[in-house]
Design a protein around this ligand. Structure first.
Ligand code: PLP
Length: 386
């Protein structure tokens, strides 16, 4: 994929004041340098194995397969240390922060999974960590707030805006800019200005590489389809990347339809978005009639974001993605169904991908192989909040 200067076709780039652009271009250079070093790559591989518990299982879901009428495998990112794919990314960025000699990590979080992952790697590396989190998310995700504090991180409540992920990113970026020399900004998804979309995708692509290897061993062939939920797009890109050039592998991006496409309360960024600017990069974004960024919504905090990975925006424009969607209600039904049929409780985010397959099972034939990227584990309770 061509991405000089951090562009994916007409998407990506850096749209921030020039002094920040300089810092980011410098970060991009540092990253290009370390990623080629054998010591960095070896350390990344070692931590994937010894710390994150990789490779994650590729599990044949027999009873679920019978239910939908094709061969379904679950890529078990929920079994990683800290319970989601987020650990893959923070290990990479944590090693980069250490290489840069940073003394502090600043991160944002939605559902709290990235915050927990960032706090975890910060503890491992012995670096101070501040996590910015919307007030509404703090209320809904108490167990993750507890975990972050247990790990020694400072959780900063963000009161502005809707008190969700977008506002947390706004506040985290604002605070980061005051301490850029000392701090490393650890972004949790394949979004944001260059070089984050490239870095995060690079640290997540191990997921798809493992899927290809594991399926070759068990089935001797490529999957028919890979299905993943879309928040910022990191678990999806991680699972898809290995297969982008394999044109007969269908890549299904499942977005949160929230209370329904027609209600206007959803997060269908690839599905309904237009080209625009958010958090310092260009991508498909949700806009209102006046051209302002529109509120997104999903019951799954991790999917509630009005922007998306610029690389996924490009893949959508190029016709490489199959778009899917699932409402809150469909995701909850899928959550219960997978739990009861397989004894695997998915994150509500991941349940959107499961719901897609339940809704579209007629599309697939008995011998088709569908891999669902089970991005994280669920069932740890959420509060009822505004
Ligand atoms: C954060 C998160 C997501 C959404 O983020 P992506 O960058 O789109 O992957 C999805 N599932 C889980 C379990 C998460 O923690």
């Amino acid at each position: 994929m061509k991405n000089e200067n951090g562009y994916f076709g007409e998407f990506g780039g850096i749209y921030l004041p020039s002094y920040i652009e300089k810092i980011l271009l410098n970060l991009a250079e540092e990253y290009e340098y370390v990623k080629k070093r054998k010591a960095f790559r070896d350390e990344l591989k070692r931590l994937y194995r010894t710390y994150a518990n990789r490779p994650s299982l590729l599990y044949f879901a027999e009873r679920f397969s019978t239910e939908v009428g094709c061969k379904v495998y679950l890529k078990r990112e929920d079994l990683n240390h800290t319970g989601a794919h987020k650990i893959n990314n923070v290990i990479g960025q944590g090693l980069l922060a250490k290489h840069l000699g940073k003394k502090r990590i600043i991160a944002e979080t939605g559902a709290g999974q990235h915050g927990v992952a960032a706090a975890t790697i910060a503890a491992y590396l012995g670096i101070q960590c501040d996590v910015y989190m919307g007030e509404r998310d703090i209320c809904a995700q108490k167990p993750n707030v507890y975990r972050m504090k247990m790990l020694g991180a400072r959780v900063v409540a963000v009161l502005q805006g809707q008190g969700t992920l977008k506002d947390a990113i706004d506040a985290a970026l604002e605070n980061y800019l005051r301490v850029v020399d000392k701090a490393y900004y650890m972004l949790g998804s394949a979004v944001g200005p260059h070089p984050y979309p490239i870095m995060v995708r690079d640290f997540q692509k191990v997921v798809g590489e493992e899927i290809a290897f594991q399926l070759r061993k068990t089935e001797g062939r490529m999957p028919t389809s890979i299905v993943a939920c879309i928040g910022g797009g990191s678990n999806a890109l991680g699972a898809f990347y290995r297969f982008i050039d394999k044109k007969d592998v269908e890549l299904v991006a499942v977005e949160p339809a929230g209370k329904g496409r027609l209600s206007g309360r959803h997060g269908l960024v690839l599905g309904t978005g237009v080209r625009g600017e958010i958090h310092g990069y260009k991508s498909l974004v949700m806009k209102d009639k006046k051209g302002r960024i529109k509120k997104s919504y999903s019951a799954a905090s991790g999917l509630d974001y009005p922007g998306v990975s610029p690389e996924l925006s490009m893949l959508k424009r190029n016709g490489r993605l199959t778009l899917g969607e699932a409402t809150d209600k469909e995701a909850v039904e899928a959550f219960v169904k997978l739990s009861r049929l397989e004894g695997v409780i998915p994150a509500l985010e991941s349940a959107h991908a499961v719901a897609y397959l339940l809704k579209n099972k007629k599309k697939y034939k008995e011998n088709d192989i569908v891999v669902i990227n089970l991005s994280g584990r669920g069932g740890q309770g959420r509060g009822k909040c505004l």
